[in-house]
Design a protein around this ligand. Structure first.
Ligand SMILES: [Zn+2]
Ligand SMILES: [Zn+2]
Length: 256
C-alpha cells in the first residue's frame, strides 16, 4: 500500500525536532509521500529544505490567511521567487478564514488574490483553506477558474451539497482525520459525495489526530492510515483500492 499525505506541516514543532522519526514511522505504515505546507516566510523556507532532504517529500508555499494582514508586497515577491524552487508543487495554503478572523477580512481577500495570481504565472496548483467563508472564497475563485488548472479545498469542512458543487466545477477535495470523529456525520456524507478520483487524504498535522488515536496530542502522518480506512469504509472498497485511487488522484493533482 502507498499513501501520500496531501497536507502536513512537518516544519512545525514538535514534528520538526523528530522529523527523521516521523518520516520513518510513516514509511513503515505505507504513507510514503508528503506535501509539507508552509504558512509563513520561515515555514516556506523550511518546507523547501525538508523537501530537499527526503525522497517523496514535496513543498507547498504560501502565507496562511491568519497572517494576511502582515504580508507585504515584498513577501509576495519572495513567494513568487521561491515558487520556482525544485520540489515546490503548489501555491498555498491560502484562502479565507472567517471563523477565527485573525486577519481583517479585506486583507485576507487581497492576499488570497495575490496568491492566485502567482499560481497562474508559476503554473502551479493551489491549496485552498476556506473556513466560514464559502461564498466569499468562490466569489474570488471564479476569476481564476480556467486559468489555474487544479485547485483543492483542503481540510474540507463544508456540506455534501457544496462538495458536489465543487466537483462539478473541477475542484479536488481533501479530507483530514475529522471524518473519523464521532460527531462528524456531515463530513462523512461529504466523503460519500466525492469520487475517489478527485479526493485526497491529509493529516494537517500536527493538529487533529484521527480516531481511535484522537487522544494523541501530536498528529503525524503514520496516523493517516486510520483516515484512509474510514474513507475505504464509506466508499465500500478495500483499503488497498482506496489507497491506490487516492494516491493516483494526489499524484495527478500535484504533478508528481
Ligand atoms: Zn488550513
Ligand atoms: Zn494546514
Amino acid at each position: 500500500m502507498e499513501l501520500i499525505d496531501a497536507h502536513a506541516h512537518l516544519g512545525y514543532e514538535p514534528l520538526l525536532g523528530d522529523v527523521e522519526g516521523v518520516v520513518a514511522r510513516s514509511r513503515a505504515a505505507g504513507v510514503t509521500g508528503w506535501v509539507t505546507v508552509g504558512t509563513g516566510k520561515e515555514e516556506n523556507a523550511r518546507a523547501i529544505e525538508l523537501a530537499g532532504r527526503f525522497e517523496g517529500m514535496y513543498a507547498g508555499l504560501g502565507y496562511h490567511p491568519h497572517y494576511a494582514q502582515d504580508v507585504t508586497a515584498g513577501d509576495m515577491e519572495l513567494l513568487a521567487e521561491m515558487a520556482k524552487g525544485p520540489k515546490v508543487v503548489a501555491i498555498g495554503e491560502t484562502g479565507l478564514d472567517f471563523h477565527y478572523n485573525f486577519s481583517k477580512q479585506p486583507a485576507q481577500m487581497e492576499i488570497f488574490r495575490r496568491h492566485l495570481e502567482i499560481a497562474v504565472s508559476a503554473k502551479l496548483p493551489v491549496i485552498i483553506h476556506s473556513r466560514n467563508a464559502f461564498d466569499e472564497t468562490m466569489e474570488i475563485l471564479k476569476d481564476f477558474e480556467g486559468k489555474i488548472e487544479r485547485m483543492v479545498f483542503h481540510c474540507f469542512s463544508e456540506t455534501a451539497e457544496q462538495a458536489e458543487f465543487l466537483i462539478e466545477r473541477g475542484y479536488y477535495i481533501s479530507f483530514t482525520g475529522v471524518i473519523t470523529f464521532k460527531n462528524a456525520e456531515g463530513a462523512r456524507q461529504a466523503v460519500a459525495a466525492v469520487p475517489l478520483e478527485r479526493m485526497m487524504v491529509e493529516t494537517d498535522c500536527p493538529y487533529m489526530s484521527p480516531e481511535p488515536m484522537r487522544k494523541q496530542k501530536t498528529n503525524e502522518p503514520v496516523l493517516m492510515v486510520h483516515t484512509a480506512k474510514k474513507i475505504a469504509e464509506i466508499k465500500g472498497v478495500s483499503l488497498e483500492d482506496a489507497a491506490a485511487r487516492l494516491t493516483a488522484a494526489t499524484k495527478e493533482f500535484f504533478g508528481i
